[in-house]
Structure formats: structure tokens, C-alpha cells
Design a binder for this molecule. Structure first.
Ligand SMILES: [Zn+2]
Length: 428
């Protein structure tokens, strides 16, 4: 299979515009069957699709392209001494978590990455490919990282790996065999959320079993749960806190307050504020679809994500990022815990912090207490606001100004409170 992929890569380099078509035509089951080294796993026929359920109960379906990448990860791991079944599962869990097993280009960071075969465009920093490896972090060049074989080899690392232990692959992590699988994946990925990886362990197990059992072929559905129709809103069952653990302090809760900048007494704070250092990663609170990604007005940088949770629509909003600290675009599908933006202090803000809103019903829905929502979904243990919901769906934020962010005087060390408020007492 490596030869096939190498040939593909060469073909695509010569003719980038036909790359995606070539992948579709060439990746038929017959071409991806090949022998594994003695003692390793032998990958059989790659099925059209595979449906599996995560630990959190989310059903996901992987297609031929994703399963072909999984086969690459299994075969690469099989050929490296010391990886074993656990190491392969860890690699599958990491790729499922980081990219849903897709080779993701990143054309905003590296326009040329779009010239290589890919299953989508990511936008997290300068991350590329299956394992979301960053050229700037030393993982490899764009050309190397857009090659699934290279990414798999870099993830496993070890003496034969391409990076010679820096950055560290799995085999370069001392004691990885004794760690939990999610913890080991996290040690390689240097991510804030080990439990994100553990969520995909049942899926990784099913992929490994399916691809390495003889006679596999055709659609495989090991779970009786019906496949959810692919739609613009992804059903999400998991909620995470929007900032990494240990980086934040709650500074201003949801509800009525005296406006910290205008001094107006009957203003209503539409979200909850969490002070955090400039540049701290902001994480998507749940799986969903980005509906707003803009830089203007009182919010400054603003990302809004719509989620389907508990059968209903809800949106979360993340404000005050700097313009270059917004890493997603409207229409992007994001996962719980995905790095979507960085903490900043743009718009009506006096110091670096995240202004976090929850809107019941969707992007233009009603503001509800984010602390209570996070608590109710086991993502936080915060004091809850002792007030009824804001109740106005037209409640604007800030001074209503749009366009350039409004500069605000204030000592960032003293006043990290957030003036993103509804300022019209008749409407809030
Ligand atoms: Zn705020």
C-alpha cells in the first residue's frame, strides 16, 4: 500500500488539480490489500464504510478514504518493533480525535497544502493531516506532513522515526505502555484533554478488528444504532469547559450588573467572563457547526457555534479574540475540545479574557446562564447566577457599535472584567 500511496503522491504532485479525483478512483479495495511484516497485523480488504459508536454514545461513520488512512496507521505500526496492538490503538484514537481520520490541509497557514490529496481543510494554527502535526513545532515539512505514511511514522517515532525523538513520538514517551491509552495519545499530541482520546477507544478497537479480520468487505455496521444523517448540525453529547484546565479565573458572572466601563447601573451581562492569559487556547464547548466568525463591534473577535444537544439546538459564543486569534470559519464542523480561537482583549474589553455565552435555541436564541449550562453538562462546577434569563432575543452587546473595536482604558491587571453587556434596560 505504501507504494500505492507514494505513486499517488507523485501523481498528484505532477497534477494537483486532479488529485482528489485520482484518490477516489485509485483507492479501491483491491489496491489497499497487502501483506504486513511477520508478527504484525495484516490488513484485509478496506470496506466502503464503517459505523461505530464512541464511548460517549456518538455514532460516527467512516468512509473509504478514512479507513484507508486507518489501514496505513495499522500497517505502519505493525512494521515498527515495540508498537504492538496497544500502540496501534493509541495511534488510531489520536487520529480519530485530531482529524476524524482525515488528511486535513490547512490552506490559511500553507496554501500549498491544498495541492496534496486531502479530505478537508482544517484551520487549527498550522496543523496538518491525520494527527494535526505542526511544521512550526518541528514535526516535518508541509510535503512530509501531507503524506499519511510519514504522519503515521512520525506519530510512532522511536529510533527509526523521522524526527529522532524531537518532537516525541509514542515510542519516545518513557513508560507509555503503562499509561492509559488516552493519556499516551495526549503525551504525543500535547493536548489539554486526555479524555477526548479515550472517547474514541471503542471506535479504534472496531476499526482494528474490522480491517484485520479476513474476509472483511462491504459496509460494516457492528452497532444496531441507526446512522445519523449527515447534516449541518452534529448531534453532540459531550460538553467541555471552553478553556484548558488551570488557565482561567471566573471574573464576572451572567446577569444584571453595573457596567464596568460606562458605569450604567441597569446593564445586563449576557455571558460569563473567564480571565486567562492572552493567547490561551479557546476550546469548542461541544461538537457543532460554526455559524459566526467575525471581528467587529463590542464583542471584538467573535465565534458562535451551534450544537444539537439533548434533542435541542443551543449555541455557544466566544468573544474578544484578536483578529489573528480566530481559527475557524462559518460553516466549519468542530469537535468538543477543538482549539477554535485564542484568548484576546479586543472589542469592549479591558484585559485578556473569554466572554462565553450560551444561547438557547441557536445563534439568535435567548441568553441563558453559561455557568448553569456548564454545570448541568458536567463541564464545570461554578457558582450559578441567581437571576432569571435575560429574556430578550434582540439584546445587543457592547455599545452597539460595529466596525473597528472600541479601545478601552483600564489597567489589565486590575480590571479584567468584561463590558460585553446589553445596555438597553427596556430590552434586556
Ligand atoms: Zn463578558
Amino acid at each position: 500500500m505504501r507504494k500505492v500511496i507514494a505513486a499517488l503522491a507523485a501523481l498528484v504532485l505532477l497534477a494537483p488539480l486532479v488529485g482528489l479525483v485520482s484518490v477516489g478512483l485509485l483507492m479501491n479495495p483491491a489496491t489497499v490489500s497487502c501483506a504486513a511484516p511477520a508478527g504484525g497485523f495484516q490488513v484485509g480488504e478496506v470496506p466502503e464504510e464503517l459505523t461505530a459508536t464512541t464511548r460517549n454514545g456518538e455514532t460516527i461513520t467512516l468512509g473509504r478514504a478514512e479507513l484507508t488512512h486507518a489501514a496505513t496507521i495499522i500497517e505502519t505500526g505493525s512494521g515498527i518493533e515495540g508498537v504492538g496492538r496497544d500502540g496501534i490503538l493509541i495511534a488510531l484514537m489520536a487520529a480519530l480525535t485530531e482529524s476524524r481520520m482525515r488528511m486535513l490541509a490547512n490552506t490559511s497557514a500553507y496554501p500549498e497544502s491544498g495541492d496534496y490529496p486531502n479530505e478537508g481543510n482544517g484551520s487549527d494554527n498550522d496543523s496538518l493531516g491525520l494527527f494535526q502535526m505542526r511544521p512550526q513545532a518541528g514535526w516535518g515539512t508541509v510535503a512530509e506532513l501531507m503524506d499519511p505514511d510519514y504522519q503515521a511514522a512520525a506519530f510512532y517515532g522511536g529510533p527509526g522515526g523521522p524526527n529522532e525523538g524531537s518532537p516525541r513520538g509514542l515510542l519516545d514517551i518513557p513508560g507509555w505502555e503503562q499509561m492509559g491509552k488516552g493519556e499516551a495519545a495526549q503525551a504525543v499530541e500535547v493536548s489539554a484533554y486526555p479524555e477526548r482520546y479515550d472517547n474514541y477507544e471503542p471506535v479504534a478497537e472496531q476499526i482494528l478488528t474490522t480491517l484485520t479480520s479476513t474476509g472483511a468487505g462491504g459496509p460494516v455496521t457492528a452497532d444496531p444504532v441507526p446512522v445519523l444523517a449527515a447534516g449541518p448540525v452534529v448531534e453532540s453529547s459531550r460538553v467541555v469547559f471552553p478553556l484548558p484546565e488551570g488557565t482561567w479565573v471566573a471574573t464576572s458572572p451572567f446577569g444584571p450588573r453595573t457596567h464596568p466601563i460606562t458605569g450604567e447601573e441597569e446593564s445586563f451581562h449576557t455571558g460569563a467572563d473567564f480571565s486567562a492569559p492572552d493567547g490561551t487556547p479557546i476550546l469548542a464547548a461541544a461538537d457543532g457547526t460554526v455559524t459566526v466568525s467575525e471581528f467587529s463591534g463590542g464583542y471584538g473577535g467573535l465565534v458562535v457555534i451551534e450544537h444539537q444537544i439533548d434533542g435541542g439546538k443551543v449555541a455557544t459564543a466566544y468573544a474578544h479574540s484578536w483578529e489573528d486569534g480566530i481559527h475557524v470559519q462559518a460553516g466549519d464542523q468542530v469537535r468538543a475540545g477543538q482549539h477554535i480561537a485564542d484568548v484576546g482583549s479586543s472589542g469592549m474589553s479591558t484585559g485578556p479574557h473569554l466572554h462565553f455565552e450560551v444561547r438557547q435555541g441557536g445563534t439568535d436564541g435567548e441568553y441563558i446562564d453559561p455557568a448553569k449550562w456548564l454545570n448541568d453538562h458536567d463541564a464545570a462546577d461554578l457558582p450559578e447566577a441567581d437571576v432569571p434569563p435575560a429574556g430578550s432575543e434582540d439584546c445587543d452587546t457592547g455599545a452597539g457599535a460595529s466596525g473597528d473595536p472600541v479601545p478601552v482604558e483600564g489597567d489589565p491587571d486590575e480590571l479584567v472584567d468584561d463590558p460585553t453587556s446589553c445596555t438597553d434596560p427596556d430590552r434586556c
